[in-house]
Structures are given as C-alpha cells and as structure tokens.
Design a protein around this ligand. Structure first.
Ligand SMILES: Cc1cc2nc3c(=O)[nH]c(=O)nc-3n(C[C@H](O)[C@H](O)[C@H](O)COP(=O)(O)O)c2cc1C
Length: 325
C-alpha cells in the first residue's frame, strides 16, 4: 500500500508503533520496522541522553529499516535534558521523530536542519493545525479512545478524523483505538494516510515487557479502561486495577482540592514495576479501549501482515463488491 505516510517515511506499510514509556525499547522498534512498519524508541524511557545513544545504536544493529524516536514534552518542574536527547537523536543518524505533549516548536529548527521528519501527536484539530503551521511534516491524530493521554476534549475518532481531514494539508495517521484491519480501511476512508497503534503493539511477542502485561491486555474488554487525573487536567486512559481504584477513590474524596502529591503512590515510578516486573496492581498504566479487540499475542510481522492482507480483502471484496456495476 502506498500512501503519503509510506512515502514520507520510506516504509512499506502505513503502520506506526507509537512511543510508549517502558515499552518502546530497541527490541520492539526494530521488530516493527523489520515487519515493514515504523518502530519508535521512546526517548525519555532512557535515563540519560547517553543511554538513548546506546539504545539507538542497539536498534540499528537489529534493523536496517527506518525507525524513529519519540520525544515527549511534559510540563515539569525539573525538565529532562531535552537538548541532550535531541543531540543523541541527531548524532545517532535517526531521521524520524515523533513529538508529543507540548508544542515542539523550539526543537524544530535543530531537527529540520538535520534532515529529520517530524510527526507530532495531537488530540485535537486545533493542535494539529498548529503543528502544521509550525512546520511539522505530519501529525498523529489521537482520538478519545486512545491509551495514554487523550487530552480534555473527548472527541472520538469517528468525528475527529474526518474533522482533521477537512482542515489539514499535511498527512495524518489515525491513532487511538486501532488494532484491526477494518479500522485501517476506515481510517483511510476518513482521510488518514495510515495508523498509529500503541496498546496493540504491547501484546506482541517482541514487546520487551512482562508476560503479565500482555495477558492483562488479552483478558481486558473495551469496558476495562478508566480515565484518571482528570481533575488535574492531565487525563490519562489506563487499565483498571486495584491501584487505579484507589486513585479514583482519592479523586472522589478530595474533589477539586486534589494535588499531584496526593496521588504519587499510584502514578510515580509505576512503569518499571508494571512493565518489567509484572506487578499488575502497582498503579496506573496507559492502556486503550482497543484492549477489547486484542485476543492474541502474535509477532509484529504476523500482526502487520494480518492487518495488511485483511485490509486488502476488505477493500477488494467487501467494498468493491458493494458498488453496483
Ligand atoms: C503503556 C503506554 C505508554 C505510553 N507512553 C507514551 C509516551 O511515553 N509518550 C507518548 O507520546 N505516547 C505514549 N503513549 C501513547 C501511544 O504512543 C499511542 O499514542 C496510543 O497508545 C494510541 O492509542 P492506542 O493505545 O489505543 O493504540 C503510551 C501508550 C501506552 C499504551
């Protein structure tokens, strides 16, 4: 399949693996890229820029296909060493960066000068237009269904994607809630040039996370995610568990008075415990509603091949067949 996204990134299939904290290590990024998609290393999961440089080098040993790095810009009192991470990306010869969180405008000149293509992840049409206006090459439009941070507008992809298509000139991919071929075809029909998947890629053989995480996703239904941190305007969609129930109780009890400090036990430092040790009730970890559509743990190659071949069947047989001769 040839789309503006496969052309932009030099990949075979219009499928991107979104950056994921403590999931997006070199093993997963390389597996996705080797399967013809675009794999992304999660920059901030690497503790220092030097660690990121090593991770990029490791990924390059595992694939000769294009791969990228996710850089998430979070509001924080002690910001990470962003200039250092950007330098590691540039020096490491990476040519694709997924930015997310705050406006990446400050970092674009350096990235562009190094010939890097930038795809910014946004949860609204207005942020997508902003990304276009500051010179991003593409956007990932993340609907309300998504695992992670859906923003505060709560617009699902059924409306968000065609709205993005009405306004954007740069290519965009559909992100959030995507896991199966029919959604790729629907996304293309709604004007997207590909898909970005997070949760679906966690439940793959190569995802370097604890087996408990993969099994929890397979066991979960579309009803098993919750929105946390809404009162802090930092909404995150997570898989429900005992830690999340505790967090929600605190939100109910403290109301508008809640502060980040109140929920530190349920959110801070949780990812290594969950992803590496498999302590599933440790606290809140991002997971999308698409869990309801995930029933197996294939290799990345099997997953991507399945999506592409079923998409072809849907387009050629089901859709074409509906047109009167
Ligand atoms: C466990 C997990 C961790 C994530 N961490 C990040 C992150 O660090 N930075 C980021 O930009 N997006 C992050 N995301 C969001 C994904 O990149 C992607 O946009 C999202 O998962 C898409 O929704 P889906 O899970 O329904 O496919 C994370 C998602 C998950 C499930």
């Amino acid at each position: 399949m040839k789309t503006r996204i496969t052309e932009l990134f030099g990949i075979k299939h219009p499928i991107i693996q979104g950056g994921m904290h403590f999931v997006g290590f070199a093993e997963l990024a390389a597996a996705v890229s080797n399967a013809g998609g675009l794999g992304l290393i999660t920059g901030l999961t690497q503790r220092t820029p030097e660690d990121l440089s090593r991770e990029i080098a490791r990924c390059r040993e595992m694939t000769d296909k294009p791969f990228g790095v996710n850089l998430t810009f979070l509001p924080s009192v002690n910001p990470p060493d962003y200039p250092g991470y950007v330098k590691s990306i540039i020096d490491g010869g990476v040519k694709i960066v997924e930015t997310a969180g705050n406006n990446p405008v400050k970092w674009l000149p350096a990235l562009k000068e190094a010939g890097i293509k930038v795809i910014h992840k946004c949860t609204s049409v207005r942020h997508s237009l902003k990304a276009e206006s500051i010179g991003c090459d593409a956007v990932s439009v993340d609907g309300f269904e998504c695992g992670g941070h859906p923003g505060e507008d709560d617009v699902g992809n059924w409306v968000l994607l065609p709205r993005a298509a009405e306004e954007l000139k740069i290519p965009f991919v559909a992100s959030g809630g995507v896991g199966v071929a029919s959604q790729l075809v629907a996304a293309l029909a709604m004007g997207a040039d590909g898909i970005n998947m997070g949760t679906r890629f966690i439940a793959t053989k190569e995802a370097p996370v604890h087996e408990n995480v993969k099994q929890a996703i397979v066991a979960a239904s579309e009803l098993d995610t919750r929105l946390v941190m809404r009162p802090l305007r930092n909404t995150e969609r997570v898989l429900v568990n005992a830690g999340v129930e505790r967090l929600l109780e605190k939100e109910k009890a403290l109301g508008a008075a809640i502060k980040f400090e109140d929920i530190i036990p349920e959110v801070a430092g949780v990812y290594p415990k969950i992803m590496l040790e498999g302590v599933m009730d440790a606290g809140a970890w991002s997971c999308g509603m698409v869990a309801g559509l995930i029933h197996d743990i294939p290799t990345c190659q099997e997953l991507i091949d399945r999506i592409m071949s079923e998409a072809q069947t849907i387009i050629r047989k089901r859709l074409e067949g509906m047109l009167a001769a």
